[in-house]
Write a protein that binds this ligand. Structure first.
Ligand code: GCU
Length: 737
């Protein structure tokens, strides 16, 4: 984003950081003239530079960066402990309310001279952005920039949570914000040959031809996007660690890893490496990778020493073991705590973490075997290990028990683990949700997951409390100083690639933005996040009405986003059953694509009915992994929510849903409506044409045209399949083939 070429802007490269020139630039607040920052901290310098860059872009004048106060209005940036000017603006209690990465922002028209004895030259209005740490200040700066853009649009402040007031004696801006999740992570599934597993936005921005990219500017620009929404952890290679990537922890590549780490460090982001569990054999020439073999443990200790010598602040390792043909402790008759703890001990002296994935299941299942249920697997493997993991081990659990389907229940493993630190794993990349060719704003789906109540420690044992570590093992909030409960949070597989607009579908940028914002504050609503993103992305020159944010654009694009998950769900797999996609690439309808496979992903449709019986009475018993009342709700077709009916039950096509419709008629209706609503998305976009930058308009239109057509393909395939299976006609006699 360093070169502000118009052509780049039109392609969406600047994403939500494009800071359009304000149409009210003459109203530039006086305090935007000077930025005062003290201390040589790299991240603090980043914060000052970002602020300078944003303000310059918005107002067309570059503010000065100064290291001492000046006698004109200014913005002060700094930490409480290193910046006296910052410290004296907040009482001890106000400072204590800020956590390690949180911030306070305060803006007043006049400074009280009594408060600034040491800086009595200051007279005018000034704004302070303060934190305990430099990253906190950086996040505060991005908040201030968002706020300013909202104000300059002539709209209300962007931050509904800000306590802003216009009164002349009180502060005009007064914000306290703390991230709710201690770990806010992005996972890359990038391979060093430049490919991205499940990537839908072009090649890797990290690697090409088995080497590090030469385009460091792009990486820096990515770091800006991530930091602007509060991301501070990043794993930089695929969880499936192939031959070349196995060598990332050797001297062949460690200097490259160190270069990457330096780029992200400047933005407060710590990097992680995915490692190959069998490295001692593949790299070290050992004959085993048995976690209890002393030679193996010693190999990893030596390896950790070498890795941390190169990258002293490496976050740690991400491990996919015994999963989808990856090696792991099972080969040696060991369990996963043995494997994770052995690695954790090796990283412990350096403060490193082991992020151990729970995506473990039998991927060589016999489809004839109706007793084995893949949905049960993570709980069955990991629940018995609860409490056995080291303090620097975190279990990473996918949001659902299967694999990022458009609709799944929440994984019961979250509530079940009560003495183990966990990370929730979301998928921003739209593997099963339209692959960034269809519009699917995922924040509403993630909200449902975070708000789900597991009841495992009584009412209120929600996923968001579990994964933020605020639900202690005894049901009370964990004390912030307890080290046992600091390794919690959310991770997500990114949706970006080398496409100029990062995400292929420009509107899919909202998912990356939304993920970061939600990981920071799970209480934000899907609507608020969409609102922020649309305003930031479509302000200024991208909006041809040139009246700031036009009245048409914001509500119309917001509605497109907010409806899109439901629309996608309605024309694809019905009622929570999932998996009706083409094998391997997972794009497009193929009802029986996975039906006779070894992946454990079935719908069991026959001429009478459809669905998977996962009840405890007649099914696989998966329902029993939930606590009451959730288990009771799912167990009975009377209470099971419609949208998950076929996930939990096998029912006849004539079964009547809570909606009053039969299953078969629901399938027909939702598929006809879904395809129509997809076409409406396109029509809405077309109606916005006059308000939109032309290049932006065209690139999104192309995707929406495709979605419209592809939704019809989905509709006809699904409807025809079920008409042929069931022999039951559509009540409304619409075309089915
Ligand atoms: C899915 C996905 C794979 C990925 C795996 C994982 O199965 O299709 O590409 O490797 O999840 O999360 O490990």
């Amino acid at each position: 984003m360093s070169n502000h070429m118009d052509v780049q802007k039109e392609n969406g490269y600047d994403a939500w950081l494009h800071y359009p020139r304000s149409s009210h630039a003459e109203n530039r607040p006086a305090w935007c003239n000077v930025i005062v920052v003290t201390g040589g901290d790299e991240v603090l310098q980043t914060a000052a530079n970002e602020l300078q860059r944003g303000l310059t872009s918005m107002f067309g004048q570059q503010p000065k960066i100064n290291d001492v106060p000046v006698d004109v209005p200014f913005i002060a940036l700094g930490t409480f402990k290193d910046h006296p000017l910052v410290a004296e603006r907040f009482s001890a209690e106000e400072q204590a309310d800020v956590n390690a990465e949180g911030y306070r922002i305060r803006g007043t028209e006049m400074i009280n001279p009594a408060q600034s004895a040491s800086y009595d030259a200051i007279k005018g209005p000034y704004v302070t952005v303060a934190g305990q740490t430099a990253p906190g200040v950086l996040y505060g700066v991005f908040h201030l920039l968002r706020w300013l853009q909202g104000r300059l649009d002539g709209e209300l402040p962007l931050q509904a949570t800000s306590k802003s007031s216009e009164s002349s004696d009180g502060p005009f801006l007064d914000v306290l914000s703390n991230p709710v999740n201690p770990i806010r992570m992005i996972n890359h599934w990038d391979n060093m040959d430049g490919s991205v597993e499940r990537g839908y936005a072009g090649a890797s921005i990290f690697y090409e031809n088995n080497a590090l990219t030469k385009n460091m500017d792009r990486l820096r620009d990515y770091a800006r996007l991530l930091a602007s929404v509060g991301i501070q952890s990043l794993s930089i290679n695929n969880v499936n660690v192939h031959q070349v990537e196995t060598e990332l922890i050797t001297d062949k590549y460690l200097s490259d890893v160190a270069r990457l780490a330096a780029i992200f460090r400047a933005y407060g982001i710590q990097i992680y490496l995915s490692i190959n569990y069998a490295s001692p054999m593949q790299l070290g020439g050992l004959t085993t990778a048995d976690p209890l073999d002393p030679g193996v443990a010693e190999w990893w200790r030596a390896k950790a020493r070498e890795v941390y010598a190169a990258v002293p602040d490496l976050g740690g390792f991400v491990v996919k073991a015994d999963s989808e043909n990856r090696p792991g402790p099972f080969s040696y008759g060991r369990h996963h705590a043995d494997g994770a703890n052995m690695l954790a001990d090796a990283l412990q002296p350096y403060g490193g973490r082991i992020i151990w994935r729970c995506f473990v299941y039998d991927c060589k299942q016999d489809w004839r075997d109706r007793k084995t249920d893949r949905a049960r697997a993570a709980f069955d493997y990991f629940k018995p290990l609860d409490g056995l993991f080291r303090d620097n081990v975190i279990l990473q659990i996918k949001n659902g028990p299967m694999d990022f389907q458009v609709r799944e229940p929440v994984s019961p493993l979250f509530g079940a683990l009560q003495a183990t630190q966990v990370l929730l794993e979301f998928q921003i990349t739209q593997e099963y949700t339209g692959q960034q060719r269809h519009l699917c704003y995922l924040v509403p789906q993630w909200k449902e997951v975070l708000d789900f109540d597991t009841y495992t420690q009584g009412k209120g044992s929600t996923i968001k409390r579990i994964v933020s570590g605020s639900l202690g093992s005894n049901g009370s909030p964990a004390s912030p100083s307890s080290t046992k409960y600091t390794n919690y949070g959310i991770a997500a597989v990114t949706n970006i690639g080398a496409d100029t607009n990062w995400t292929g579908h420009l509107l899919a940028q909202s998912n990356l933005y939304g993920y970061g914002r939600l990981a920071w504050d799970p209480e934000l609503s899907a609507d608020e996040i969409a609102d922020e993103w649309v305003r930031l992305t479509f302000g200024g020159y991208r909006n041809r009405s040139h009246t700031g944010n036009s009245k048409h654009l914001v509500p119309a694009i917001k509605k497109m986003l907010l409806d899109s998950w439901n629309i996608y769900e309605s024309y694809t797999a019905p009622l929570g059953v999932g998996w009706m996609v083409s094998p391997d690439h997972h794009y497009g309808p193929d009802v029986d694509g996975y039906e006779y496979s070894m992946w454990g992903t079935y719908h069991f449709a026959d001429c009478r009915g459809i669905g998977v019986d996962r009840t405890t009475t007649t099914g696989t018993g998966y329902v029993g992994q939930y606590c009451s009342p959730q288990a009771d709700i799912y167990e009975s077709t009377e209470t099971c929510p419609d949208e998950l009916l076929l996930f939990f039950h096998h029912v006849p096509y004539t079964h009547v849903l809570h909606s009053g419709q039969t299953v078969i008629q629901h399938i027909y209706d939702t598929h006809f409506e879904g395809a129509e609503r997809a076409a409406n998305l396109r029509d809405t976009w077309v109606s916005l044409r006059d308000h939109l930058d032309e290049a932006i308009y065209a690139q999104v239109l192309e995707r929406l045209e495709h979605q419209t057509e592809h939704a019809q393909e989905w509709r006809d395939r699904i409807n025809t399949y079920f008409y042929r299976k069931s022999g039951i006609a559509d009540q409304k006699n619409r075309p089915i083939y």
